[in-house]
Design a protein around this ligand. Structure first.
Ligand code: FES
Length: 69
C-alpha cells in the first residue's frame, strides 16, 4: 500500500504513518486530486472514516494512505 511505498523509499514525511497502518492515527492522511481519487478503490471501512474525521484539513478526496492499495 501507499504507506509501504513511503516507508520503503525512505521518503521524508515527518510523522507520516505513526501507527504503521493500524488505523490508530491520522498522520497518513492524504488528499488526492479528484481524478486520482476516482481511480483508487472505493473506501472505506468505517474505521478509516472515523479516523479520517480526526484528520487535519479533511476534504472530499481525503483518504488514509495506509488504507489505499
Ligand atoms: Fe496510522 Fe494510517 S498510518 S492511520
Amino acid at each position: 500500500n501507499l504507506l509501504d511505498i513511503a516507508v520503503n523509499n525512505d521518503l521524508d514525511l515527518e510523522g507520516f504513518g505513526a501507527c504503521e497502518g493500524t488505523l490508530a492515527c491520522s498522520t497518513c492522511h492524504l488528499i488526492f486530486k479528484k481524478e486520482d481519487f476516482d481511480l483508487i478503490e472505493e473506501p472505506c471501512t468505517d474505521e478509516e472514516l472515523d479516523m479520517l474525521d480526526l484528520a487535519y484539513g479533511l476534504t472530499d478526496t481525503s483518504r488514509l494512505g495506509c488504507q489505499v492499495c
